[in-house]
Write a protein that binds this ligand. Sequence first.
Ligand code: JFZ
Length: 582
Amino acid sequence: MAAKTARQTRKSKNERMAWWREARFGMFIHWGIYAVPAGVWKGNRIAGIGEWIMNRAKIPVGEYEKLARKFNPVKFNADEWVRAAKNAGMKYIVITSKHHDGFAMYHSKCSKYNIVDATPFKRDPIKELARACKKAGVRLCFYYSQKQDWHEPDASGNRWDWPDDSKKNFDRYMDEKGLPQVREILTQYGPIGLIWYDTPQDIKPAQTRRFVKQVYKYQPNCLVDGRAGHNIGDYRSMGDNQIPPAVVKGDWETPATLNDTWGFKSYDHNWKSVGDLLRLLIGIVSKGGNYLLNVGPTAKGVIPAPSVQRLAAVGKWLKVNGEAIYGSKASPYPYELGWAAITTKPSKLYLHVLDWPGKEIVLYGLKNKVTKAYLLADRKKALSVTQEYDKAINLHTLRLRVPAKAPDKIASVIALEIKGAASMDQALLQQPNGAVILGSYNGQIREPAKGLKPRDRLVRGRFGAVENWTNTKASLSWEFKLAKPGAYNVVVLSSTDREGQWLAGHRVKVTVGRQAVKGALKDQGRTWNPKAPTSYSDVATKIGRVSLAKAGIHTVTFKPEKLVRGKAGELKLSSIRLVPAQ
Ligand code: JFZ
């Protein structure tokens, strides 16, 4: 009567989520027999993510199966893998127990297509990993591809071997392989932190419910991710490498790559820098999420050295600054500051300074009294604090005396002890460095109520840009609070598409109060958009200069005047920036 016992011992949602909310940072491991071809099939480099090679190259099951015989990860060492995670400061590991290729990376009793029965390795690495995790105090979790299984005629995804969808009986697949395997991974390896289902595709609600119930039946306190399907699950999974532009309420997680693939590819060396990784971690946590960062071990069982090195550097930073990450909650600002990011705990605010201004740090908008301030890298030394309030423009200003040189090249964290829960000015504030960042995601869309076809309406894109500018009738506008009157350059940032392509020539108009500037978009420099996968960049165009005589609230409106058409797609507006013209 497992189900009955389960119901009796199930904790509340908050209790079940507690470890995960504390953890904030986990290791994803994509490991399978796709690491043998490692992105190359019959001498050709196959584009796309490595674990999809069977699908991308349309490899028949009979041929792909032979890879198992070549899979012999003799260098696999569970303790080393767990040490890499631990050194990085990661608190949980999510490993692919079975990916879309259908190959079980553990000893499955209901399918011979598994690492113990089908490879010369013959060991069960998951058993070894479970033991190593237990020893090190890291939570073990499993990825399981519930809907796609390219090895099975009744599951989804393999149309090159089995093109006729009408012959597929997914319930039969579930009963014979899907559900029994989920039972196995929940009963063979001790307590499991969470099950990471993926790509639900056209799964039916009843089928998703069966997969989710199967988890709770065997481990009532195990969590289920948000990709089980039909919004069932314990937390939300963002798209791959997708970071929301601002705080998102509720529990969520971003799965992310260290280079441009999940499963190992021999020729993908596009590693994110330690700085990028730390900014991503801080960015995600400051918006309320967890960061699940991937490694793709080789067919020999080794996590690539460039991954291990970068992870160790992240861990080194966390040793000093972990207090600001683990168990912390989102920023009280409804937008990104750019130069810094904020995380919070009861009566505490952590200011992660990304662009160190030297000597004095200024923060606008905090209404609470600050009772103490110190660097996490130098806790014993109190920083001197002054707080002012400008009644005329309703602006709170906090000043901190700090060392001239940043204690950390990438991110230095200042802890602020405050009275009560953080209370923040919700207006969009100019930043103390003078920058005014008007992100598209919090701009107000204005378009005619009539006369626009539904397909011509603006959309808020996944990475914060406002997209689908097919007409010149729509506009985007913001109100912001200016602290420093003066002259400002108006810069438009627009996004490339996923291939890094960008179209020049759109003529746009930006109105600031009663002043208007106009110009055509041209590429004057690109920066990688950290909210999006590696190939997306923001392209900057300075289109003019305005002069703002008065502090206080101002209105900015962006409107295209003439749109060009081309292969790279329509305009995607990321943000408007006002930059002090020295
Ligand atoms: C899926 C898998 O297909 C992939 O192989 C990898 O395991 C990844 C973590 O998840 O791919 C997805 C799933 C969802 C999105 C993008 C890729 N999404 O929502 O943007």
